[in-house]
Design a protein around this ligand. Structure first.
Ligand SMILES: C[S@@+](CC[C@H](N)C(=O)[O-])C[C@H]1O[C@@H](n2cnc3c(N)ncnc32)[C@H](O)[C@@H]1O
Length: 248
């Protein structure tokens, strides 16, 4: 699951399904506080970059840098683990849906702390089996996700490395950003190739696991088994699937 090389391989269609979810953006922008200058680490195509502040972006994948829209914040080729900035160059540093890709998350978070007075990261706890057991996709179709997370530092370890607090972020049922958990109430979406290509997990588990999971989900949607098992989700507007903000 690590590294920018994934995005040089799978990134080309990222913007088809990945974009700013306004309710999550509001949480991130509030957490940035009164920062005037912000560095966005693992910036990708620039989703969640606040439009009203002075932003610098850092992104190691050439494919992702090329997808940044015209007029997006300037972007340098670098990794979180070695940020090419002097100490305390920015008011805030942000990292969205990227920490789990870093080779060394603790080193990357410490780098963010070094270059900025405040750190905001949107991520999840790789060591917590709770959300994987609650989320039907990992529980019933793609248990291989657990193997991808073995050996990764826990969220508590990540938070204590930079003195951050941890805040839960619920995922709205109609989440606009097509990340892995986004379609928890729209299971048919995972049958769509475009949706899966925007989520690195599917490439990471390998073609065989992907095809088996999709086949099995399709069968259960047709037979009504998915609906019978997950009927409680229909009444939920937002779900707690382990996503978190780290905020210093
Ligand atoms: C899921 S995308 C998220 C992009 C963007 N932050 C967003 O919210 O859409 C993950 C990004 O992390 C980048 N990445 C991977 N390894 C990295 C590293 N060591 N340091 C910084 N970014 C990295 C990838 O190239 C990719 O663009």
């Amino acid at each position: 699951m690590c590294g920018a090389h994934w995005y040089d391989t799978i990134g080309a269609t990222y913007s088809v399904t990945r974009r700013t979810e306004p309710r999550i953006a509001a949480r991130i922008w509030a957490a940035l506080g009164d920062a005037r200058t912000v560095v966005n680490v693992g910036a990708g195509t620039g989703s969640y970059e606040p439009p009203d502040r002075d932003v610098a972006a850092v992104e190691p994948s050439a494919v992702m840098r090329a997808l940044r829209p015209v007029g997006a914040a300037p972007c340098v080729a670098a990794t979180a683990e070695r940020l090419p900035f002097a100490d305390q160059s920015f008011d805030s540093a942000m990292a969205i849906s990227t920490v789990h890709h870093w080779q060394d998350p603790i080193a990357g978070l410490r780098e963010m702390r070094r270059v900025a007075r405040r750190v905001v990261a949107f991520t999840f706890d790789p060591s917590d089996a709770g959300w994987r057991n609650r989320f039907w996709l990992t529980r019933d179709y793609l248990p291989e996700v657990a193997d991808l997370l073995v050996g990764r530092p826990s969220l508590t370890e990540q938070a204590s490395a930079i003195g951050a607090r941890i805040e839960p972020v619920l995922i709205p049922w109609d989440c606009a950003d097509g990340f892995f958990e986004a379609y928890w109430r729209r299971p048919e979406a995972y049958l769509d190739d475009h949706v899966r290509r925007g989520i690195s997990v599917w490439a990471s588990v390998g073609r065989e696991a992907e095809q088996r999971a999709v086949r099995s989900l399709r069968d259960d949607l047709v037979s009504g088994r998915w609906a019978a098992r997950n009927s409680h989700l229909v009444a939920l507007e937002a779900a707690e699937l382990g996503l978190r903000l780290l905020v210093t």
